[in-house]
Ligand binder design. Sequence first.
Ligand code: NAD
Length: 270
Amino acid sequence: MEPKLQAILDGVRQAKGRVVALTGAGISAESGIPTFRGAEGYWVVGSQNYMPQEMATHEMFERSPEEVWRWYLYRFGVCRHAQPNAGHAALVALERAIGDRFTLVTQNIDGLHRRAGSERVLCIHGDAAYVRCAGECGVGRLDLPPFPPRTKDEPFSAADRARLTCPSCGGWLRPHVLWFDEYYDEPNYRMESALSATSTADLLLVVGTSGATNLPMQIGRLAFERGAALVDVNPEENPFAELAARSPRGFFARGSACERLPEIVAALAG
Ligand code: NAD
């Protein structure tokens, strides 16, 4: 391991500091779940190509709930069949080593952290395992009904519609995920909890995120301004790497989550 990285991690371990890990789609890439930036993130409707930033919106759901659900049901199937990888496992090991000094803040909706065994997880972009009433009738969070695996071309059926009907008001159920034209909050997306954990963290460990969304960047800036250690694991340059470069206790650990996390966690856990 690079000496500077080793020194930063030794410092956090010796101080028994709190650690916030902030993960994005990149940590699940080695489990076979495409990130939003790859070509596989696109979705074709008729002859038109949509980017995730257009599909994952309240506006699109209002216009075409069947098409938005068709996209999610395909993506959720991919997530369900993926297995956690060595990066997810490393974060479980860190949590077991330092207990309540650890908080995991994830942008991923794929459930792989939970399935790997992480417990202190804040899902700031929601969780594919749940649905809720699109009309906010008050029914609360429900489990996503079981669906058989789907192909990209599978049409939306009457059976799908029945499964995705709110049992209380008869309107649409929606995925429990934050759309690009919606706001973070505490009840659904644990915004305040994530910021509060960051406000006492001695280390922010960022893994596999491009920093394209608002709360993750707020978390990065808060850690930076507080002088927390900042380690960014990513094969590519990104805004967190820039913050790490400007921080006296910052380090850009270039590489994949599976390559870099096990040794980083071993150094932190001692
Ligand atoms: P992103 O797609 O914008 O960026 C992915 C980042 O991961 C990039 O910086 C890339 O360089 C990096 N990366 C790629 N392979 C990696 C690897 N093996 N190890 C470490 N890093 C790697 O993803 P984002 O920043 O999380 O933001 C996109 C949004 O997409 C989020 O809102 C998230 O909820 C959603 N999303 C989630 C999933 C999932 O749940 N698995 C998948 C796709 C998108």
